[in-house]
Design a protein around this ligand. Sequence first.
Ligand SMILES: Cc1cc2nc3c(=O)[nH]c(=O)nc-3n(C[C@H](O)[C@H](O)[C@H](O)COP(=O)(O)OP(=O)(O)OC[C@H]3O[C@@H](n4cnc5c(N)ncnc54)[C@H](O)[C@@H]3O)c2cc1C
Length: 48
Amino acid sequence: MVDGHGSTSLPGVFAAGDCTNSAFKQIIIAMGSGATAALGAFDHLIRN
Ligand SMILES: Cc1cc2nc3c(=O)[nH]c(=O)nc-3n(C[C@H](O)[C@H](O)[C@H](O)COP(=O)(O)OP(=O)(O)OC[C@H]3O[C@@H](n4cnc5c(N)ncnc54)[C@H](O)[C@@H]3O)c2cc1C
């Protein structure tokens, strides 16, 4: 389960693509969620 930033319930762990609770399992959605998770991880590192 990931939130809108790709963050999982484990602090500092982000996920993207088919292994998440995304509604549709498609390549373009996995790519977009990868970008979201990368930005979410960057934001997490800046704040912590
Ligand atoms: C038969 C089929 C047809 C599809 N057709 C389409 C289509 O036409 N259009 C479309 O948009 N989508 C299609 N999809 C969906 C699309 O393939 C997926 O949504 C997309 O590949 C998900 O990308 P992902 O990076 O999340 O996961 P994946 O592409 O599954 O990548 C996960 C990677 O992690 C690796 N891995 C797993 N466990 C470990 C481990 N322990 N350590 C290291 N690496 C590991 C795997 O080997 C794999 O390379 C299809 C899927 C299937 C099965």
